[in-house]
Design a protein. Sequence first.
Length: 96
Amino acid sequence: MSLWKISVTKRVCFNNVLIEPGMEVEITSQMYDSMNRLPIVCNKDINDAFKRKYGIDMERAGLLSPLYLEARLMGEEKKELSNGASLFAMMLDMFT
């Protein structure tokens, strides 16, 4: 099981439903492809999470789409930071 954070990427009002950047939900899922991407379209878990947290039926409103949502695997930010900054952090530790 992996933890995913689903974030709204842009402000959209469609079918009388408004979503804005900053709206986020977290779900656990084993569904992802070989490139660690979570399928967003027709994903019942994502739709249920938005219903619970915001009372929005994203699928019915037509907003359950990668055009409006971004899925990130939790922990990826830390990996990217540690790979790029590890040498700098190690040098900084040597001189402090």
